[in-house]
Structures are given as structure tokens and as C-alpha cells.
Write a protein that binds this ligand. Structure first.
Ligand SMILES: Cc1ncc(COP(=O)(O)O)c(C=O)c1O
Length: 400
């Protein structure tokens, strides 16, 4: 019985995960995901583990616009975009997203994972090359694997944020027609910001196209939250931006590619996640549109996010932890072994603070970490209570 053999194989693997202390248990929230939430079996906890950077998933205007779109357009799109799945709200949200990130056009996908899979596999050919930062998100890595399988393009990896390595790899690829360089804007496991000015300079020198995944930057970086380009005063300079609607922009789901009109149109014509998967639900488009409007009229949220992150990072260091240096709301504390990071996460949850532990294969062996994510919605009381929990657990584990 083939299914029995497969079940046995995965069951053995699951048991091994448990013995190794790397088994992930899903925690169920019983209500909305604010800075504090109710977790089944735990009561009220502080969430320090969410991409809801601006607290917009709970914002009444964002919820109301999602409901209004649900009422106006119905529960689902019931089709892919080119068949029957395109609604006027898709056009509206795509115009708003393009305006926000500073490109001529944008195109939504059901997730940023899909957007990252769509770009290289659709745009590249056998004559081309794609180069990826070593620490890029899994969706970019898999997008490139897919592109290689489909298009037979060449691919390579450059050392994390190493412009000299990128320069050398581009110099060695003179025969390639299109050279696509892909980087995260903010690296999700480190909180580091890509060196956009440097990347643009190297890309221009070699006539390469630059694609930036701004999933952790949209709504976060730049004085008004327009992303990595705004952070560096380079709005309008990045060739292709991908980002998610599942983090700062309401937190629901969905992603987008922002680029020239021609690139977005070509993706409508040819990208497989557009052609063969249902469109973004209208309720999600409604909430995302309201999130963009809210962000545009509340730049103080972005400033509050930055203040909160700065405060938490400084106070963690004062307690004796060594969070990775940086200026984003992603604040990782490296623990070492995966099981140790998971244990720290469990102990923090016992203290009423939800912080996820990440280990191999999400991060390299020996660099397992707990990753704190700060929101503009956290009050100082939330952050101080979380810091007190870190102090208790840190002392118990002899980390401080
Ligand atoms: C850098 C980056 N890109 C893409 C994604 C995928 O986004 P989505 O949840 O919209 O598929 C994530 C989500 O974790 C991410 O961190």
C-alpha cells in the first residue's frame, strides 16, 4: 500500500523532530491579532511575533473597507484574472500600490510568494542570468529554481550584501542578455537593510535589472513607509519591486509586483500564477486599499514604529542580550542551536510573550534565534512587560 509507506515515512520524521526539540506546535489565537491577543489555553499574551507592523489588521477603517468590498463584490472571485476574476477594485488597489512604491504600474497576486515565483520564471529566457543574495527569502529561492526548470536560464548566488562579489559575478556574465539581480529590501531573519544605492550602482555598471522584495519594508522603511527606495531617497529608481499585502498593509494576504506598465502587462499575459490561479479576493483588495490610504494619511504611524523598535532594541541590549544591530522592527536574538531557540520561545510564552524561535533550515545551522517583531501598535507598557519576560527567561537560561 503506497500511502501506508508514505504515512510511515512522515510519521517517523515527525517523531524525530519531536525528539530533536524542533517540532513546531501551532498556537491558536481566539480573536484579532493586536499587540495583545487571546491565545487558546494561554489567555492574554503579548504578540512580538507578527508582521502586523502598523497594527492595520485591527484598524476599523481597514476592516470596514474589507467588509464593504465583501458586500459589494461577494465572497470570492471564482476565477482567474483573465477569465472572469478581475474586478474594479483590483484596478484601484493596483493603482494605489504603484503610487505608494513609486512605479508606473503594479499587478496583484494571491501572495508575494506567487509574485516572486512569477517574475523570474516569466521574464527570463535561456540567454539570461539571475543572481540572488545568499540570504534572500525562500520564495525568491524557489522562484529561481522554478525559472531554471522552466526557462533554462543561468543562476547564481552572491554573498550576502557583498557588492564586490556581485560586481565580479556580473562582470563574468557579459554574454548574458538579461541579468536580473534580486535582493530582499529588509532581510526577514536578520532585519538588515539592503544596500540599495550600492546595488543600483553595480547593476547600472553592468546593465543589470534590479528586483527588490520589499515585503518587510513596505509600510516600514522611509519617512512615509514607502519602502527601501524611500529610505534611501531613491523612489522610482528600482526596476521591479515585489511586496506583500500580508504584513504592514492590513496583514490579510496577497502580494504584488510593481514595475513598468509593459512588465505588468506581460505578467498578465504570461505569468502562470496569474493565468492558472484565482485572483486576490475583493475583500482583501478592499482592506489593502484602505491600508494604503491609511498609511498615506498617517505617516506618524511609521515614526511610532521606528521609535518602538529603537526603544526595544536598546532596552534588550541594556538587559545584557545582544540583539543583531539594525534599525528595522525585526530584532533577532541569536541563541545558537535550534532546540535552544525553541526552548526560549516556549519559556517566553509561559511568561505571556509570543516570540517565535527559528532554526535550521530557515536560518543556517548554529544561528538559531528568537526573532522579535515590533509594531507601531505596541504601547510602552506592552514592550516593558515583554522586556521583563526576556529578563526572567534570559536569567533562567543563563543568557544574561
Ligand atoms: C521577504 C519575503 N518575501 C515574500 C514573502 C511571502 O509573502 P506572502 O505571505 O505574501 O506569500 C515573505 C513572507 O514571509 C517574506 O518575508
Amino acid at each position: 500500500m503506497p500511502m501506508q509507506a508514505l504515512n510511515e515515512r512522515v510519521t517517523t520524521a515527525l517523531e524525530q523532530f519531536k525528539r530533536d526539540g524542533v517540532y513546531k506546535r501551532l498556537n491558536h489565537l481566539e480573536g484579532p491579532q493586536g499587540p495583545r491577543a487571546r491565545m487558546e489555553g494561554r489567555g492574554e499574551i503579548i504578540i512580538l511575533s507578527s508582521n502586523n507592523y502598523l497594527g492595520l489588521s485591527e484598524e476599523p477603517e481597514v476592516i470596514a473597507e474589507g467588509k464593504a468590498a465583501l458586500d459589494r463584490f461577494g465572497a470570492g472571485t471564482a476565477s482567474v484574472r483573465f477569465i472572469c476574476g478581475t474586478f474594479t477594485i483590483h484596478r484601484e488597489v493596483e493603482a494605489a500600490l504603484a503610487r505608494l512604491v513609486g512605479t508606473a504600474a503594479s499587478l496583484t497576486f494571491a501572495s508575494c510568494w506567487n509574485a516572486n515565483e512569477a517574475v523570474p520564471a516569466t521574464l527570463l529566457t535561456e540567454q539570461d542570468l539571475v543572481l540572488s543574495d545568499q540570504l534572500n527569502h525562500a520564495s525568491i529561492i524557489d522562484g529561481i529554481r522554478l525559472a531554471k526548470a522552466i526557462t533554462k536560464c543561468q543562476s547564481g548566488v552572491f554573498e550576502h550584501k557583498n557588492l564586490a562579489d556581485l560586481d565580479a559575478k556580473l562582470a563574468a556574465a557579459k554574454d548574458r542578455q538579461v541579468k536580473l539581480v534580486i535582493t530582499d529590501g529588509v532581510f526577514s531573519m536578520e532585519g538588515a537593510i539592503a544596500d540599495l544605492p550600492g546595488l543600483l550602482e553595480v547593476c547600472r555598471k553592468h546593465a543589470a535589472v534590479l528586483m527588490v522584495d520589499d515585503s518587510h519594508s513596505t509600510g516600514v522603511l522611509g519617512p512615509t513607509g514607502r519602502g527601501t527606495a524611500e529610505h534611501y531617497g531613491l523612489l522610482g529608481e528600482v526596476d521591479i519591486i515585489t511586496s506583500t499585502l500580508g504584513k504592514a498593509l492590513g496583514g490579510a494576504a496577497g502580494g504584488f509586483v510593481a514595475a513598468s506598465e509593459a512588465i505588468c502587462d506581460y505578467l498578465i499575459q504570461r505569468s502562470r500564477p496569474q493565468l492558472f490561479s484565482n485572483a486576490l479576493p475583493c475583500t482583501v483588495a478592499g482592506s489593502a486599499l484602505a491600508s494604503v490610504h491609511f498609511l498615506e494619511s498617517h505617516p506618524e504611524l511609521v515614526a511610532r514604529l521606528r521609535d518602538n523598535a529603537r526603544y526595544f532594541r536598546r532596552r534588550l541590549a541594556e538587559l545584557g542580550f545582544q540583539p543583531l544591530a539594525g534599525e528595522t522592527p525585526i530584532i533577532p536574538v541569536i541563541i545558537g542551536e535550534t532546540a535552544a531557540a525553541m526552548q526560549m520561545s516556549d519559556l517566553l510564552l509561559d511568561e505571556g510573550v509570543f516570540v517565535t524561535g527559528f532554526g535550521y533550515p530557515v536560518v543556517p545551522q548554529g544561528t538559531a534565534r528568537v526573532r522579535c517583531q515590533i509594531s507601531a501598535a505596541h504601547t510602552r507598557e506592552d514592550l516593558d512587560q515583554a522586556l521583563a519576560a526576556f529578563a526572567t527567561v534570559g536569567r533562567r537560561l543563563k543568557l544574561i
